[in-house]
Design a protein around this ligand. Structure first.
Ligand SMILES: [Zn+2]
Length: 169
């Protein structure tokens, strides 16, 4: 006697087996009372579940609740779509830059002699950007120092206003 076919019974009931597998299962069922019993048990359970599922009736007002829930979800989706909408220009700009780079890249490949010139110009542009960045960084540091001083002063004032005793620094 070969192995039992418990693993295949569920698939057999759902008609998910190939022709050969199906024949194998049926041959085994003819000779094995244990598996035949298991099959009838399983199909009985399946019928019960099926009947139970179909006899369940939605409670009063359930449909309205579902529609309301979906309505709320739709509003949430709208909100997230709104924030996605802000990302769209950024993505299109990135796409544009990518296209420009690709086009520029093919140009650079075709006109190798211009490449050096453009590279030279790019270096200059990058130099300018880096130069202006030092100003930006210096400006940001200055601004943050001003903000820290301003916020510490305002915190001091707030603490004094609320009568906090420890605020004598
Ligand atoms: Zn068996």
């Amino acid at each position: 006697m070969s192995n039992h076919i418990e693993d295949q019974l569920s698939a057999y009931m759902d008609n998910e087996l190939s022709e050969a597998e199906r024949r194998q299962v049926e041959e085994h069922l003819d000779t094995c009372p244990e598996c035949s019993e298991l099959l009838s048990d399983l199909s009985g359970i399946k019928t019960q579940v099926f009947t139970a599922y179909h006899s369940i009736e939605a409670p009063e007002g359930f449909e309205d609740k579902v529609i309301n829930a979906i309505g709320l979800n739709v509003t949430h989706e709208n909100v997230s779509t709104g924030s996605n909408w802000l990302l769209l220009p950024l993505i299109s700009v990135l796409c544009f830059i990518t296209i420009v780079l690709v086009v520029m890249g093919s140009y650079l490949f075709k006109f190798g002699s211009i490449m050096l010139k453009i590279a030279y110009n790019l270096l200059h542009v990058f130099g300018d950007i880096l130069g202006s960045h030092t100003y930006i960084i210096a400006g940001l540091i200055g601004l943050s120092i001003i903000l820290i001083v301003a916020s510490s002063i305002s915190i001091k004032h707030l603490l004094k206003a609320s009568g906090f005793k420890g605020a004598n620094w």
